[in-house]
Design a protein around this ligand. Structure first.
Ligand code: SF4
Length: 292
C-alpha cells in the first residue's frame, strides 16, 4: 500500500459522478478486469494506491456543486478492502455525501460495508443510497477459489438481508459467469432465489459470460492452470483470443434469468439498473416497510 495526494476525486459531468478512493485491489478475484493493461497501472495491482486526501477533495468538490446527484464508487477497486478498516476513507467520504445532501451508489463484495450501514441509512433517508453486491457462485468452496480474499457468498447474502432491513435498495452484479465453471442452471437458480428472497431491486448479468483482455487474461489463465487443470486449453480451443467469452449455456441461463426477474418484479435490463443507480429524482421514494 502506498499513499498519494490526488489532484481530483470526481470524474464525469453534472448528473452523475464516479469516484475511486483506492487504485488497485487486494480481494484477488481471478477474473478481475481492473488489472488489465489498458488501465496503465504503474504499480503492482495489489500495492494499493491510497488517495489519502480523498475526503478533503470530495468536500471541496461537493461544496461547490448546486445540483445534487448520485455519486458512484467501487467499479474499479473495492471501497471496502481490508485497508479501509483502519483508514476509514470510504466512511469519511460517505459522511461528506450525507453532509452535502448527495446520493451514493456503492459497489462491493465485502461485509465491511455493514460498518457504515448507519451512514447509508441516513443518506438513503436524506437523498438515496444504493448498494451493489456481486454474487458469482452459490458454492462457497468455489467462491474461495474465484474470490479468495473477501467474504463468501453466504455472508454477502446476509449483507443483502441487513441492507433490506434498513430499507436500503440493492442491485446484484451476477457477473462474471465463467464458461464451464459457474455457468450451471443450478448455480444461477440458487443465486436468483436468494436475490428474490432478499428483495433486490435489480440484477445485472451482462449476457452470462466473461471478458478477458491483456493483463487480466494472463492472470486468469494462471489461476485456471492452478485450480482447473486442462481448462485453459479448453478456453483457447473454444474462444481463441476473443474479448468476449459467452458461456455455451448463455441462452438457457439468460432465459431462466429473465423469467425469474419478471415473475418477481426485479429489474433485469442493465440500462434500467444503471438508470436506477445513477438518477437522483427530486422526490425519491424509499422502500416502504410494507414492501419488506
Ligand atoms: S473486488 Fe473487483 S476490483 Fe477487486 S479484485 Fe475483485 S473484481 Fe477486481
Amino acid at each position: 500500500m502506498h499513499f498519494v495526494d490526488a489532484k481530483g476525486i470526481l470524474t464525469g459531468k453534472g448528473g452523475y459522478y464516479g469516484m475511486n478512493i483506492y487504485r488497485g485491489c487486494s480481494h484477488g478475484c481471478i477474473y478481475c478486469d481492473s488489472r488489465s493493461k489498458c488501465y496503465r497501472f504503474t504499480h503492482p495491482f495489489e500495492d494499493i494506491e491510497v488517495k489519502r486526501n480523498a475526503p478533503e477533495l470530495l468536500e471541496t468538490a461537493l461544496r461547490s456543486k448546486r445540483k445534487k446527484c448520485m455519486i458512484g464508487t467501487g467499479s474499479m477497486s473495492d471501497p471496502y478492502m481490508h485497508c479501509e478498516k483502519d483508514l476509514k476513507l470510504t466512511r469519511r467520504c460517505l459522511e461528506m455525501i450525507l453532509q452535502y445532501g448527495f446520493g451514493v451508489a456503492i459497489q462491493t463484495k465485502s461485509d465491511l460495508i455493514l460498518r457504515d450501514i448507519d451512514l447509508l441509512e441516513e443518506i438513503n433517508k436524506n437523498a438515496k443510497a444504493v448498494v451493489e453486491i456481486t454474487l458469482t457462485t452459490y458454492d462457497d468452496d468455489l467462491c474461495r477459489i474465484l474470490e479468495p480474499n473477501v467474504c463468501n457468498t453466504k455472508r454477502r447474502i446476509e449483507v443483502l438481508e441487513k441492507l433490506r432491513e434498513k430499507g436500503i435498495p440493492t442491485i446484484v452484479w451476477l457477473t462474471p459467469i465463467l464458461p464451464y465453471i459457474n455457468d450451471t442452471k443450478e448455480n444461477i437458480t440458487a443465486i436468483l432465489n436468494e436475490c428474490v428472497r432478499t428483495g433486490v431491486k435489480g440484477i445485472i448479468d451482462f449476457g452470462m459470460g466473461l471478458t478477458l483482455r491483456e493483463g487480466d487474461r494472463e492472470y486468469y489463465y494462471a489461476a485456471l492452470d492452478k485450480y482447473f487443470p486442462g481448462m485453459k486449453e479448453r478456453y483457447i480451443r473454444r474462444y481463441g483470443n476473443a474479448y468476449e467469452l459467452p458461456s455455451p449455456n448463455a441462452k438457457e441461463l439468460r432465459a431462466l434469468f429473465e423469467d425469474i426477474c419478471m415473475e418477481n418484479n426485479i429489474l433485469s435490463k442493465a440500462e434500467d439498473c444503471f438508470a436506477f443507480m445513477q438518477e437522483l429524482p427530486d422526490k425519491y421514494e424509499q422502500i416502504s416497510l410494507f414492501d419488506l
